[in-house]
Design a protein around this ligand. Structure first.
Ligand code: HEC
Ligand code: HEC
Length: 302
């Protein structure tokens, strides 16, 4: 039995993607990204003129918002906690349940969602076409012809590709440029030894696999929009894309349902539900200190 546990653990450890620093330079089309940035921050591109992508993905909140569930047009409440857009280019799928295969496909969600931005493709293109800046800029970047939804998405995706957060203390540590404090170092060791790293690994410390919330102890919340809703496989109940832990200190509240208010509580609950362990206060503090080293340079919102 012990041997089996050891083998399973070893297999998981070796199948992990290495945690590597966010590159200091990433490639994307700068001119299209500038247009995408204008689109990302423009609340007029919503059904009631009040909601932009940035409403729910604010850079001041690490690319997420500070609400348990997002609030869209006409003050309507969504169902899920908004995940961060920062470093989303590194996620293997988009959305909590991975229903979008990439950033372009993801955009169809919020634009049309009646509780997010609530616009049909036609209404969106109409709004864009009435705006001088957009008319001129789309023509300059994409050539003549009407503004299309496809081009709108292309510009937004280029902007999203630029949203990376390099030079966190942890990345500088990985590059040998900074030292972690003793408590941060203890947290990093616990992160590996306790097994957090079996799910939170790779460049984003997450975003590269689907895992269950409650893999050891059953989760008490509802299985909202989980992987099961896509696959209809009963094994996929409570299964979600593992969220990135980069900039996690900025993105409270936590979990797909936004039920957890603080990072401390998120760490305790993760250890309980997914490792079957109760951590000591000191272990929680150390893990929290480590997770705080994952905050990188946040892109400029202006
Ligand atoms: C009303 C709030 C709201 C608005 C407006 C909004 N989003 Fe989101 N966004 C969310 C929520 C909530 C989710 C998660 C939904 C889910 O997984 O079911 C999400 C998911 C995402 C993801 C996937 C991240 C991941 O890790 O899976 C990306 C990327 C994203 N949004 C980008 C955008 C862009 C671009 C826009 C503007 C076109 C936008 N969002 C508008 C709330 C919002
Ligand atoms: C079996 C896989 C697995 C293990 C092990 C695991 N996690 Fe998670 N983690 C997840 C999943 C899946 C979620 C998303 C849960 C949800 O929202 O319902 C998550 C969410 C989180 C969140 C909240 C992120 C957010 O944006 O909402 C934090 C913080 C976190 N984990 C830290 C840890 C720490 C620290 C450990 C080790 C003590 C750990 N995790 C162990 C899979 C795992």
């Amino acid at each position: 039995m012990r041997l089996i546990v050891l083998i399973v653990f070893a297999t998981l450890l070796f199948s992990q993607d290495a945690i590597i620093p966010i590159p200091q330079k990433v490639s994307y089309d700068k001119a299209k990204a500038a247009l995408g940035k204008a689109l990302f921050f423009d609340p007029t591109l919503s059904a009631d003129g009040t909601v932009s992508c940035a409403t729910c993905h604010s850079f001041a909140h690490g690319g997420a918002d500070d609400k348990p569930v997002s609030i869209g047009v006409f003050g309507k409440k969504g169902r899920m906690n908004s995940p961060t857009v920062l470093n989303a280019r590194y996620n293997f799928r988009q959305f909590w349940n991975g229903r979008a295969k990439d950033l372009a496909e993801q955009i169809d969600g919020p634009v049309h969602n009646p509780v997010e931005m609530g616009l049909s493709t036609e209404a969106l293109v109409e709004k864009l076409s009435q705006n001088d800046y957009y008319r001129q800029t789309f023509a300059k970047l994409f050539g003549p012809g009407p503004i299309t939804y496809k081009r709108y998405k292309e510009a937004l995706v280029e902007f999203e590709k630029s949203l990376v957060t390099p030079n966190s203390k942890f990345d500088r540590f990985l590059r040998g440029e900074a030292k972690l404090s003793p408590i941060e170092m203890q947290g990093w060791h616990l992160f590996k030894m306790r097994g957090c790293i079996t799910c939170h690994n790779g460049i984003n410390l997450g975003g590269n696999s689907f895992q269950k919330i409650g893999s050891i102890m059953p989760y008490e919340g509802a299985p909202l929009d989980d992987r099961y809703t896509i696959t209809k496989n009963p094994k996929d109940r409570y299964v979600y894309k593992v969220p990135t832990l980069r900039n996690v200190a900025l993105t409270a509240p936590y979990f797909h349902d936004g039920s957890v208010a603080t990072l401390k509580e998120a760490i305790q609950k993760m250890a309980y539900y997914n490792l079957g362990t109760l951590l000591s206060d000191h272990e929680v503090a150390a893990l929290e200190a480590f997770l705080r080293t994952l905050t990188g340079e946040i892109p400029d919102a202006r």
